[in-house]
Design a protein around this ligand. Structure first.
Ligand SMILES: C[S@@+](CC[C@H](N)C(=O)[O-])C[C@H]1O[C@@H](n2cnc3c(N)ncnc32)[C@H](O)[C@@H]1O
Length: 252
C-alpha cells in the first residue's frame, strides 16, 4: 500500500528533525571543545551555536541549522534551480543537512558543493581581517577524509556531494557550478566572505538564498557583505536568524 502525502510529510519531518539535533550535538548532549571555554554542555548555548561541540559535525547551533533546512526545503518546493553550496564547512554539518534534505525529497538532480581548505583558516591579509588570527588553530583544521567520514556515517556520501579543497581565492574562481539555489557563506573572515560573493553571487538563481552565517557577529563578514551589496545595488532585505546569522532571498 502506498503512503499518503500526509504520512510522507510526517516521516520526512521526523528524519530532518532528528538530523538537526544530531548534527549540532544536542541529541547526545555532546560536550563543548575545551577551546570553547564553556563549562559543560548547555542546551541554550547549542541553540545559538555559542560553543563548539567536541564531536558533532556542526558548530552553527539549532537556529541556523533550522534555517539551512527550511531554505533548502523552500527552494525545492518553489523550484528555484541550482545546487546547494557552502563555503566554510569545518566538519561538514551544514552540508550534511543540505544533502539530507535532498535525500528526504528524493532529489537526484541537485548537488551539494562543500568548499573549504580542509586545513583551517588562511592567515589574514586584508586589513579588515587583521585581528583574525586563527590560521594556526588546530580545532578548525578538519581534514577532508574526516569530513567524508562524517557524511558516510549518516549514509549521505555519494556522487551528489562535491568537495572543493583549497583556499577560496584559488578554488572559487573556477568552481564547477553553473547555478546555485543556496549559497551559504561561513568562512567568517572579510576576504573569505568577499571571495564567495565575488565569485559565486552571480550564479545564485532568482529566488535563491544567500546565507551569511556571521553577519551579525563578525564585523569583518558584515563589512564584506555590506560593501558587496552597496556595489551591486542589492536591496533585498536581510532577515536575522539568531545572534549570529542573516540571509536574504535574491529577487533578481
Ligand atoms: C566557522 S567554520 C564553518 C562551520 C560549518 N559551516 C559548520 O556547519 O559547523 C569556518 C570554516 O571556514 C574555512 N575557511 C575560512 N576561510 C577560508 C578560505 N579562505 N579558504 C578555505 N577555507 C576557509 C575554515 O577552514 C573552517 O573550516
Amino acid at each position: 500500500m502506498e503512503s499518503s502525502p500526509v504520512e510522507v510529510d510526517h516521516v520526512r519531518a521526523a528524519y530532518l528533525d532528528l538530523m538537526q539535533e544530531s548534527l549540532i550535538g544536542r541529541l547526545n548532549e555532546d560536550p563543548p571543545l575545551p577551546a570553547s571555554k564553556v563549562d559543560g554542555y548547555r542546551a541554550d548555548y547549542r541553540d545559538q551555536g555559542w560553543d563548539w561541540p567536541s564531536k558533532a559535525p556542526s558548530m552553527i547551533g539549532a537556529q541556523r541549522m533550522s534555517n539551512v533546512r527550511t531554505q533548502c526545503e523552500r527552494v525545492i518546493r518553489e523550484g528555484v534551480p541550482g545546487d546547494l553550496m557552502e563555503t566554510g564547512v569545518w566538519r561538514g554539518g551544514a552540508c550534511i543537512m543540505m544533502r539530507a534534505v535532498l535525500s528526504a525529497y528524493a532529489i537526484r538532480d541537485r548537488r551539494v558543493i562543500a568548499a573549504d581548505s580542509f586545513d583551517g583558516f588562511p592567515a589574514p591579509s586584508a586589513p579588515a581581517d587583521a585581528g583574525f588570527q586563527f590560521s594556526d588553530h588546530d580545532a578548525f583544521a578538519v581534514p577532508l577524509e574526516e569530513v567524508k567520514a562524517a557524511f558516510a556515517r549518516y549514509r549521505l556520501l555519494d556522487d551528489q556531494v562535491v568537495f572543493l579543497k583549497g583556499f577560496f581565492k584559488d578554488t572559487l574562481p573556477s568552481a564547477p557550478v553553473e547555478a546555485l539555489a543556496i549559497l551559504r557563506l561561513d568562512g567568517d573572515m572579510y576576504e573569505s566572505t568577499m571571495d564567495g560573493l565575488v565569485n559565486l553571487y552571480r550564479k545564485v538563481s532568482p529566488g535563491g538564498t544567500l546565507i551569511a552565517d556571521d553577519y551579525y557577529l563578525f564585523e569583518a563578514q558584515r563589512k564584506a557583505v555590506d560593501e558587496f551589496r552597496a556595489e551591486h545595488d542589492i536591496a533585498d532585505p536581510i532577515v536575522r536568524i539568531d545572534h549570529f546569522g542573516g540571509y536574504w532571498i535574491k529577487c533578481a
